[in-house]
Structures are given as C-alpha cells and as structure tokens.
Write a protein that binds this ligand. Structure first.
Ligand SMILES: [Zn+2]
Length: 83
C-alpha cells in the first residue's frame, strides 16, 4: 500500500526538497516539479534485499553538483539529447 509522504529530504544532506509551487503539489509526488532538487522513485530489483520495494528518493541541486564533481553521480543523458 502506498504511503502518503509529507516531506522529502535530500539523501545526502537531509535538506528539505519542496514542490516548486502549489500547482505542482500533486497527489503523486513523483510528478511534481521540485525547487532546487529532484524527487524520483527507485525500485531495486532481484538481487537486492529491497527487491520489489518502491522508494521515493530526493537529492538537492547542491548535492547533485557535489556528487557530479566526486564522480559519485553520473549523467546518463542530458535533456536536450534525443530521448
Ligand atoms: Zn543535499
């Protein structure tokens, strides 16, 4: 059963990541636009002890920048490239 989540915090620094505005405060929070960060879902697969569990995960823009420099976070594709 899906749980209602009120606040998403950055997985690195615990700073709160808030919806961009009231319009984007949708029931399904992963469809929101976020201010200075991103919230998405991850679902580990077979082989993980969390197989079949769907998580919300948030990361703020400051931590995205830092983790890119540290090469902990890797860009898969830029938006302007063809999806
Ligand atoms: Zn952060």
């Amino acid at each position: 059963m899906a749980r209602k989540v009120q606040v998403i915090k950055c997985i690195c620094c615990s700073q709160e990541i808030k919806p961009l505005d009231r319009i984007s405060n949708k029931k399904d929070i992963e469809q929101n636009m976020w201010c200075d960060g991103e919230v998405s879902t991850i679902m580990p697969g077979y082989g993980s002890r969390y197989d079949m569990t769907l998580f919300y995960i948030g990361i703020c823009d400051d931590c995205i920048e830092e983790k890119l420099k540290e090469k902990v976070l890797v860009i898969k594709k830029e938006y302007y490239e063809n999806f």
